[in-house]
Design a binder for this molecule. Sequence first.
Ligand code: LMR
Length: 397
Amino acid sequence: MFENLKPVAIDPILGLMIAFKADNRLEKIDLGVGVYQDDRGRTPVMASVKEAEARLMEVETTKSYQGMAGDPDYNHRMLELLFGDEHSILQSGRIKSIQAPGGSGALKVGAEVIRRARPESKLWIGVPTWPNHVPLLGGTGFEIKHYPYYDLESHRIDSDRMIEALKQVPAGDLVLLHGCCHNPTGADLTHDQWDLIADLALERGFIPFIDTAYQGLGDGIDEDAYGMRMMADRLPEVIVASSCSKNFGLYRERTGSITFITKTPQQADIVVSQAMSTARSIYSMPPAHGALLVSMVLGDPDLNHQWRSELEEVRLRIKAMRGLLCDSLAGNPAGMDFGHIKHQKGMFSFLGITSSQLERLREEFGIYIVSSTRINLAGVNSTNIDHLTQSLLKVLQ
Ligand code: LMR
């Protein structure tokens, strides 16, 4: 049966994670996979989440099935977090969400529902994007189209070319957008660019499919939601895939949700029934643990407050590391400008060095970076910054 199968190369980001773990050098640095690390290089469980976990142990009375939509309280609180509890869309009846196994599970359910609704729709994905977007969403059967997003030379959004390309998107197609903290570039849309894309969506009739996996890691919880909230206000249809992996540190608990904004409340009911039947046909029901923790953290005023300040600490640490790395590389022998790193948002930015420089960093200095030169700024800390800077200065000579 399996004799015709060929081995598949491991995903580049996850492969790097394995290679890093296998490296015995003490001074090694992991700037690969998008996981938060504190100043000691650890990825701790947030204290608010730990406390919720302790409380859950006390009150949890069953591990019975929860159903395809997951925990209703989680779904409700996630909508408030994503859109803000005062957003008029929440009272409209036009918005519905279900819990999903992480942001990836949310993207998959969203894509399957779109395929059921309109199989001929194409999906437009910016270049570059998170490398798993194409296999994950393309695997659903979509025809994938691309639009330019980032200019590698200037390290800015390629705004004119992006807008020109979006002007060609036909009605009924989907446009994938990153809610904030763009992965891999760190270059986020400005408010004006978001507004312009909403104008185009209205004019052309395309539907934004927003992937938001880093809310709170860029400029703040509300600030990072600008585009999504504005589009929910202005557009008849929006789809949002969200993840609690990064902002609650719940990576392995696979906690996410998929949200549909539809033209009418009746359509929202139909779409959510399709989402549940989609879930049933893939994984049946989402895992409960992470969602119960998020629901408890968001629902308890003290835990909520504590979580917000922990997330703020994460955000500010990453921002500080951006500044530190950029300043440490000023005056480098190659005369390269790393100023973009200071101003971009969230975990990632491109370093923009060559592949042989990247290889030297890994081979000679134990510094792990994905081949696109995307670095995870959360992997930089006060202990490894000297080794990182010195190594970079050497390979740039
Ligand atoms: C990343 O981009 O590194 C993370 O989102 C982890 C992953 O699954 O690729």
